[in-house]
Design a protein around this ligand. Structure first.
Ligand code: NAP
Length: 559
């Protein structure tokens, strides 16, 4: 009864360190970890202890006897990562090497105080790493009244197990030394220099909030949008509640075939009654109930072997949705299978080769994967009526009618006030998370990055754990070696300063009140019913009980 890692694997590697026999790979110290689509359990070495199950923050691991029918392909997928051997391997006590916690030396100007900007996975993993040391203080600044970044506003509502990682983030936020400063925008409500006056270091983990833009005629017409805007819309991000999402046509075309495209296609074709049991935004659910969409085409410019989606997500998609290929694309899959030796790519192609035919009559909203289509222009005068493609590598033109055209060609980092920015790669130039001045190539004092703004928009939630750990190790080394200037102000001064600037600042108690109110609104059938307007969030936060007198007195003493 070996254990099996399934689709929602977040790759943070917690399971690797919990495993007493080191049977989960690639581990964070191994080559291939950064690019792995998921982690895999060696069935021949697994001793079925279940330690990995409790360590996994997203509930992605189960014994092979407890898998749902949709999860069964993951038994073979885990096993296929390892060479074929007969029988069980003898147990081993070898443990994966754990990255040492960053030891913070006590200094006269201490304790170490770090401002973390952003509250998504990279920010929370950085806070966790810093708070392994007693006395360290971490203040997390977030421009929205709600924390956790793309876990709240990016992960699809039908992927609730992935969202379970917020349980881990809640535990990090409850640690001594952690402070939330939500509804505070760094760069407008408070500046980088002001943060440095109150902290030894500022660590930006702001993600990649923009989309790459497709430069073809007609983008920007009504009926065009980016897939990530639609993701923000159905996830209730307050800036996207009014996004016009036209679902009155029978076809939607999504350009690009990464995991974001798969997420959006799944939600647009899902049964609304199933979505009604998730935390999808109410306005999106109402629009989906009225939807006329019968087919979502995911159009890729290259061939099947170059598909950008990952195998776990493809397996998840094909086990829950009707996914088809037309005859020409079936031929492309066969040709790629004959020409491909890479095992992972072959696995993807095998799944594609078993898909149904697009010539079958449409009986329920379906997804069609289409290949070899390079977008040339958006059709339509005042609003999009479809897309004109050229068949990649030829002059042949193909027009595809659609009522909504979405581009899903990747995220893009955005420049941060007071920090250098590399326009070409859309990241903040850095070495191991230390921000570098472009002219001198020297580190910018007290300034660090982690997550997508450090390495670009790739990887999964848990990839940010090792990324943040690297940054924190360098930050702590700089502190220990006296390279960080002591803050001008005492630790307790920051709360008063921020409230002076932004009286509507929301702290941990405010967030707890919003969280509780959303869960209550969700009732017995939904995990939560999200507030989608900032004033409603502020009203809910205002109901938070005031801080106990003892804590207020303590905060006063620290000023
Ligand atoms: P992505 O994986 O980088 O895919 C981008 C897609 O856009 C590719 O198909 C690419 O095609 C295409 N593209 C780029 N430029 C194009 C152009 N000018 N014209 C036509 N097509 C173009 O991006 P993503 O889907 O936004 O995902 C971002 C990251 O988030 C990925 O690491 C992804 O795995 C992760 N993510 C994970 C999950 C999950 O695990 N459930 C969910 C969402 C996102 P080419 O390959 O031909 O360039």
């Amino acid at each position: 009864m070996p254990h099996v890692i399934t689709q929602s694997c977040c790759s943070d590697g917690s399971c690797v360190y919990a495993c007493p026999v080191n049977c989960i790979h690639p581990s964070p110290d191994e080559p291939g970890f950064a690019t792995a689509e998921m982690l895999y359990i060696d069935p021949a070495a697994c001793v079925d202890c279940g330690a990995c199950v409790s360590a996994c923050p997203v509930g992605a691991i189960a014994p092979d006897t407890k898998l749902t029918p949709e999860q069964l392909p993951f038994i073979e997928l885990n096993a296929a990562f390892y060479p074929k051997r007969e029988g069980k391997l003898p147990p081993t006590s070898k443990l994966a090497p754990v990255l040492d916690a960053p030891v913070v030396y006590r200094r006269p100007g201490g304790p170490l105080r770090v401002a973390v900007v952003g509250s998504g996975p990279a920010a929370m993993y950085a806070a966790d790493e810093l708070l392994t040391q007693e006395g360290v203080r971490v203040n997390v600044f977030e421009k929205l009244p709600t924390p956790y970044g793309l876990v709240r506003a990016g992960v699809a509502p039908d992927h609730q197990t992935t969202k379970r990682v917020t349980g881990l983030f809640d535990r990090i936020a409850a640690k001594d030394g952690f402070g939330f400063y939500l509804n505070v925008e760094v760069g407008s409500d408070i500046t980088h220099d002001e943060l440095l006056e109150h902290h030894h270091a500022v660590l930006y983990a702001v993600g990649a909030p923009n989309d790459k833009r497709l430069q073809v005629e007609g983008m920007g017409l009504a009926g065009t949008a980016t897939a990530t805007e639609v993701v923000a819309w159905y996830n209730g991000h307050p800036d996207y509640t009014d996004l016009p999402v036209n679902l009155s046509g029978d076809r939607v075309v999504i350009i690009g075939n990464g995991n974001v495209a798969l997420d959006v296609a799944r939600i647009l074709t899902a049964d609304p009654d199933t979505l009604a049991r998730t935390d999808i935004a109410d306005h999106a659910l109402a629009a989906l109930r009225a939807s006329q969409v019968q087919e979502v085409v995911i159009a890729a410019r290259r061939g099947p072997a170059a598909s950008a989606f990952t195998l776990p997500e493809l397996i998840g998609l094909t086990s829950t949705c009707e996914v088809v290929l037309d005859a020409l694309d079936h031929e492309r899959v066969s040709a790629d299978l004959a020409a491909t030796t890479d095992a992972l790519t072959r696995n993807k192609l095998e799944v594609l080769s078993k898909l149904g035919s697009a010539s079958a009559p449409i009986t329920r909203p379906r997804i069609r994967l289409a290949y070899g289509l390079t977008p040339a222009r958006i059709l339509g005068d005042t609003e999009a009526t479809g897309v004109e493609f050229t068949v990649t590598g030829s002059d042949q033109v193909e027009q595809m009618p659609a009522g909504l055209v979405l581009t899903s060609i990747g995220y893009r980092g955005k420049a941060i006030a007071a920090l250098p920015f590399d326009e070409a790669s859309a990241v903040v130039p850095n070495a191991g998370g230390r921000v570098l001045e472009p002219a001198s190539g020297r580190p910018l004092a007290g300034t660090y990055v982690a997550g997508w703004i450090k390495r670009g928009p790739t990887g999964f939630i848990g990839t940010n754990k090792s990324c943040a750990a690297e940054t924190v190790h360098n930050l702590v080394a700089d502190y220990n070696e006296g390279r960080l200037r002591d803050p001008h102000h005492k630790p307790g001064a920051i709360g008063r300063f921020v409230r002076g600037r932004k009286p509507e600042m929301i702290d941990a108690r405010g967030w707890a009140a919003i969280d509780e109110a959303e869960r209550t609104r969700g009732g017995p059938t939904r995990p939560r019913d999200k507030f989608t307007a900032v004033p409603d969030m502020l009203d809910a936060a205002a109901d938070a009980p005031s801080r106990p007198l003892r804590q207020r007195l303590l905060a006063g003493l620290l000023r």
